[in-house]
Ligand binder design. Structure first.
Ligand code: FMN
Length: 371
């Protein structure tokens, strides 16, 4: 059977190209959706109020389908505010990071800004209660899709379905794919270990066909290591209905990520995408940094489980948010900063606008399919 770029999933979602763009920048999200793909904004750091504001902005800036994404680890604590969660962090871990602060000449931790009512401030994954509050805000926004990484819950699936939202679940193993299929998700993203961000152990080439066969007729989208038209065609050949990409949007012109990170990504080798638990407590792939190496030294405490690990670190992981902290350059500490990023960083050769990244991928895929 001939491979078609415009898959059934494109018709289901009302998009031109089966290219999902996960990112943390509303401008990239809108640009990809306006260009005919589907932009998916990572909203896990946002409070319900912040999610509502993002939704309003996106609706003003695109009339095409877009997605919102949350991290929903089901082993998160049930309840607790920021103060409760911080009180559970062991002294040994706090002292380890205080030592780093002193070594780098960083000021003591600042209190959480009380005026940022748009930010969650609970650490990666938050609590089971905060996760559902975020899901409820997403149901008010009503994006075309809601995506969940690091986990999913039947309750979230049900709430989104009642609001008319399609549910996408990111999985890194066959076991998880089967579980979310039982819960009735609409699309499964099979994400291979090459991927940026939280990731499992199985490569994309093996995971995608395994999941495609196991969850039929649920459409499967391939993620992890896809950076150009060759990757897109390969994913379709594996039986995927589209591709879910993350790393390639980090260097998009619209992304407010600092220049020093973008330049490092363009110059990076695949080996520079390392696995670490230093930032969130969960295994994740990141652009290597001195901070990651600091946690690898003998005698370092064990990283804490989510959400705690991400709550007391003096060095941010994801500076690609709407509010990049420009101080690192001034302090000359750029080498201490990384970003979630996958092996496909080695395929990024130049910085381009988001729409160009999308069109270059799509036109290369068309050339391959027509040759
Ligand atoms: C900077 C960055 C942050 C990410 N954060 C999330 C997240 O919050 N939620 C999520 O579901 N996936 C997240 N991911 C994973 C992506 O959704 C996607 O599966 C992955 O980037 C695909 O692999 P690739 O990086 O090789 O394109 C992130 C990826 C990157 C690069």
């Amino acid at each position: 059977m001939a491979i078609r770029l415009h898959t059934e999933l494109c018709d289901t979602l009302g998009v031109e190209y089966p290219v999902f763009a996960f990112n943390h920048c509303r401008d990239v999200t809108a640009a990809v959706s306006n260009g005919g793909g589907i932009g998916v904004l990572g909203a896990t750091g946002y409070s319900p109020e912040g999610i509502l504001r993002l939704g309003q902005w996106l609706k003003k800036n695109t009339d095409r389908p877009f997605g919102l994404d949350l991290l929903l680890p089901q082993r998160a604590p049930g309840t607790g505010d920021r103060k409760d969660l911080l009180a559970r962090i062991p002294r040994e871990n706090l002292e380890f990071m205080d030592k780093l602060r002193r070594e780098l000449g960083l000021p003591p931790a600042r209190p959480f800004p009380t005026d940022r009512i748009d930010i969650m401030g609970l650490g990666v994954g938050g609590t089971l209660v905060s996760q559902m509050e975020q899901v409820e805000a997403i149901c008010e926004v009503k994006p075309a899709i809601f995506a969940g990484g690091l986990g999913m819950s039947p309750e979230a699936v049900e709430k989104c379905h009642s609001a008319g939202i399609k549910v996408v679940s990111l999985v890194g193993s066959l076991k998880h794919a089967r579980r979310v299929a039982e819960w009735g998700v609409d699309i499964i993203v099979a994400q291979g270990t090459e991927a940026g961000g939280h990731t499992g152990k199985i490569g994309t080439m093996v995971l995608v066909p395994l999941v495609v066969d196991a969850v039929k007729p649920i459409p499967v989208v391939a993620a992890g290591g896809i950076g150009d038209g060759r990757g897109l065609v390969a994913a379709l050949a594996l039986g995927a209905m589209g591709v879910w990409t993350g790393t390639i949007w980090l260097t998009a012109h619209e992304n407010p990520l600092e220049d020093f990170i973008k330049n490092r990504l363009v110059a990076a080798q695949a080996e520079d995408a390392v696995i670490t638990r230093a930032h969130t407590g969960k295994t994740a792939r990141s652009l290597n940094s001195k901070f990651i190496q600091y946690w690898n030294q003998p005698g370092a405490p064990d990283p804490l489980p989510a959400p705690y690990q991400s709550m007391y670190l003096p060095v941010p992981w994801d500076v690609s948010s709407e509010n990049p902290d420009r101080t690192w350059e001034k302090l000359g500490l750029q080498d201490w900063i990384g970003t979630p990023a996958g092996q496909v960083m080695a395929l990024i050769k130049e910085r381009k606008p988001a729409r160009q990244i999308l069109y270059d991928m799509v036109s290369q895929a068309i050339d391959i399919l027509e040759s």
